[in-house]
Design a protein around this ligand. Structure first.
Ligand code: SAM
Length: 254
């Protein structure tokens, strides 16, 4: 019996031209698209995915929403609660594969940006494979991540000469500037405060990268930090959501 195929396809950050030729080819013969956690999606993101499927999937296909199980936000035992939640997510996706994908058929999961960066899809697929209930082969098609798009839109390198770059979250940066690092890319920051950081850092900030609503601001943190906070709050209010990312660099890292 033939295995089901699951293709995890990085789609870039919203510009239809971010799709690689490899992604376009991988989409063409897909039978079913699995959409994880539809509740977390804004209408704009749903529309981007719909357009990609309509433009590149050449045959009739189904779109199957797999809702995330409810998650306790402040559990008493964080570790075991999160593990149980991850297991429940894997079970739901596994059940969707079994129900909607016949052996030999091709399923796709469209990952925002690149699937390897702050995305749980590959870990969920590992769990399903480990359970051994539904056999599938997995292919990952890399996508342009928001990190690359940020650097390109500002026209800057990420690293200083021979230096390292740390990619981290707003929550981790809140603990302070990491040792021995000249450049830090910060993702998933729901409320950038900047107050605890050296005002002489250079910041390159971008929101809605790759979309017509893209906003870019760059400069000395102490000079543009407040403007970024203001512009960010206004944009979030206007759109009802925001995705933004920033690169911070020590001046000697240039
Ligand atoms: C759950 S992570 C997914 C990252 C994605 N896998 C990637 O490769 O970019 C979401 C975070 O990525 C960043 N991000 C994704 N798309 C973005 C965009 N179009 N503009 C700015 N930041 C973006 C933001 O920091 C956001 O909080």
């Amino acid at each position: 019996m033939q295995d089901r195929q699951i293709r995890v396809i990085g789609i870039g950050t919203g510009d239809p031209e971010h799709l690689t030729l490899q992604a376009v080819r991988a989409l063409a013969d897909v039978d079913a698209v699995f959409v994880l956690d539809k509740r977390a999606e804004t209408a704009d993101l749903v529309e981007i995915r719909r357009r990609i499927c309509a433009a590149h999937i050449a045959k009739p296909h189904r779109v199957i929403a797999v809702e995330d199980p409810p998650r306790e936000r402040r559990p008493a035992d964080y570790g075991s609660t999160v593990a149980a939640w991850h297991a429940a997510r894997a079970e739901r996706l596994e059940a969707a594969f079994a129900e909607h994908l016949a052996p030999g058929a091709v399923g796709a999961i469209l990952a925002w940006g690149d699937p390897a960066l702050y995305d749980s899809v590959l870990r969920i697929l590992d769990r399903i494979a480990a359970r051994g209930q539904v056999a599938f082969t997995r292919t990952v098609i890399p996508g342009l991540s928001s990190v690359q798009v940020l650097a390109a839109r500002h026209g800057v390198p990420l690293n200083g000469i021979g230096g390292s770059v740390l990619i981290t979250t707003g929550r981790r940066l809140a603990a302070g500037w990491p040792e021995d690092v000249g450049s830090v890319v910060v993702m998933l920051d729901g409320d950038p405060t900047f107050g605890h950081l050296d005002p002489d850092l250079t910041i390159h900030w971008g929101a809605y990268l790759g979309s017509p609503d893209e906003i870019l601001i760059a400069g000395r943190l102490g000079s543009v930090g407040e403007a970024i906070r203001r512009v960010r709050a206004e944009a979030r209010e206007r759109h009802g959501w925001i995705m933004d990312i920033y690169l911070l660099r020590r001046s000697q890292a240039a």
